[in-house]
Ligand binder design. Structure first.
Ligand SMILES: C=C(O[C@H]1C=CC=C(C(=O)O)[C@@H]1O)C(=O)O
Length: 464
């Protein structure tokens, strides 16, 4: 574990901010490529700069991060005019999926945070210096990060990927067998070719048939090369505008819009959104009747999909129970409609218990919940070992927790799905995976990964 923190005390000042929703709200602050972002609909947090950073690898990464954060907060001098979730000191973070990954899990303490929640907006300045924090100083600091104030929406759209247009061809490595159009880009398979990945799915199904495990989530990566370059800020604005039901995240080059909430803590209430079971909305094109009736029939009516979902909900509720005084979950999953896919979804709500006089922190909960069956499998250890054997890649931050936490114990941590890592200014690695159960068919799972790549491909201007 390493930390860039100096020994000085953290000071923070939170003041109300006048954000004119007509000028674009939170997305209008997504103008820098190094921005830290967490946003859904009109709400969210955007962070600028970096005061301190914690990094770690290994099985204790969540608990080490928890200790680092609690130590930082313990002596902090906090002046907070709003005192709502997300005000006061805030850190953004992203954690590696695997306890064996060399990828650095991280918490980043920004210098400036802009937040909006239910129509209330605020600005927080953080410092480790002795200087006094004032409202005028905080506004001046914000203007240094976002020089022209809130840019107009029209200005923001100028580098919109939807405007670009050119042919796409395969690049060195294994070309992916998918028709693409839109912006000039090349796509190549990552660690496994499509054929090898389908073989991995078939091998996974064979393992499930031996009875060693019930469910396994297998993922794959593809590499997009964009000669015109990639702007993280543009990708985030695109995702936030299109995937409003999802949580759009941006931390250190990891970008995406996840529909899955691992854990959201507000005071003593914890909530999760568990997803498993997917149907490509394009499958409904040309089918008689309403698309939703099709989803009801084919997704909610499928025994395989419901079984996959049941395993995911069981794993979450079993792990959350020891931390909860009371818990409720939908008895029946609902259908979550996203622009690309439908999912079987269940929301779980729990009242957190006092454990030795303390409500469990976000990171303690994540330590217990991750990895859920929605991204790993059941039993966890067997599935985890098989993932390492069959995927032939390090997932890095893909399918790991991503989100933020504040000094009062509130936070939101999604699972980093439907996302990508911007590796350099022209290269983006996209990830997608599928729950594999006994009835899974490799070709159908491959098609599902393409549906799950779609949010990122679209936001890069690549139409699939
Ligand atoms: C692993 C992914 O999705 C998970 C979340 C929702 C539905 C899933 C499924 O139906 O397979 C996956 O469990 C991914 O998007 O990469």
């Amino acid at each position: 574990m390493t930390s860039t923190l100096r020994t000085s005390t953290l000071k923070t000042l939170t003041v109300p901010l006048d954000v004119d929703s007509a000028s674009g709200g939170l997305p209008s602050f997504l103008v820098r490529d190094d921005v830290l972002c967490w946003s859904r609909r009109e709400n969210g947090l955007v962070g600028f700069g970096e005061l301190a950073r914690f990094t770690a690898t290994g099985p204790d990464r969540f608990l080490e991060a928890d200790i680092w954060w609690r130590h930082l907060i313990l002596e902090a001098e906090i002046s907070d005019a709003l005192e709502i979730p997300g005000t006061g000191p805030v850190a953004f973070g992203s954690f590696a999926f695997s306890k064996t990954s060399p990828h650095l899990s991280r918490l980043i303490l920004p210098e400036i945070v802009v937040g909006i929640r239910d129509g209330r907006a605020w600005l927080t300045q953080l410092t480790l210096d002795d200087a006094e924090l004032t409202e005028a100083g905080a506004l001046a600091a914000l203007r240094r990060w976002v020089p022209s104030g809130n840019p107009a929406p029209a200005e923001l759209a100028t580098d919109s990927p939807a405007t670009a247009d050119a042919a796409v061809g395969p690049q060195g490595g294994t070309a992916v067998g998918h028709a693409l159009s839109g912006r000039q880009a090349t796509l190549a398979s990552g660690s496994l070719s499509e054929a090898d990945w389908m073989q991995a799915v078939a091998d996974g199904v064979a393992e499930i048939r031996t009875g060693k495990l019930e469910k396994l989530v297998l993922a794959r990566d593809i590499l997009a090369t964009l000669p015109d370059g990639v702007r993280a800020s543009g990708v985030l604005r695109e995702l936030a505008a299109r995937y409003r039901e999802c949580w759009t995240y941006g931390v250190d080059g990891l970008v995406g819009a996840t529909p899955e909430m691992l854990i959201q803590v507000e005071g003593r209430t914890a909530q999760a959104r568990v997803l498993a079971g997917t149907l490509d909305r394009r499958d409904a094109e040309g089918v008689d009747g309403s698309p939703m009736a099709y989803a009801e029939r084919v997704l909610a009516g499928s025994e395989k999909q419901r079984h996959e979902h049941e395993i995911a909900i069981q794993s979450l509720t079993t792990q959350l129970a020891p931390f909860s005084e009371a818990m409720n979950a939908h008895s029946e999953p609902f259908i979550l409609e996203l622009p690309n896919v439908w999912h079987l979804a269940s929301d779980v709500k729990a009242e957190l218990a006092d454990i030795e006089g303390h409500v469990p922190t976000c990171l303690a909960l994540i330590n217990a919940l991750h990895p859920t069956a929605a991204v790993c499998g059941t039993p966890t250890l067997v599935a985890g070992a098989l993932i390492r054997r069959l995927e032939h890649m390090d997932r890095g931050p893909y399918a790991g927790p991503v989100g933020w936490l504040d000094g009062a114990g509130n936070g939101e941590w999604g699972i980093a799905l439907r996302g990508a890592v911007i590796e350099d200014s022209h290269t983006v690695r996209l990830y997608a995976g599928c729950g594999v159960v006994e009835g899974s068919l490799p070709e159908a799972e491959l098609a599902e990964t393409w549906a799950k790549f779609r949010p990122m491909l679209e936001s890069l201007g690549i139409r699939s």
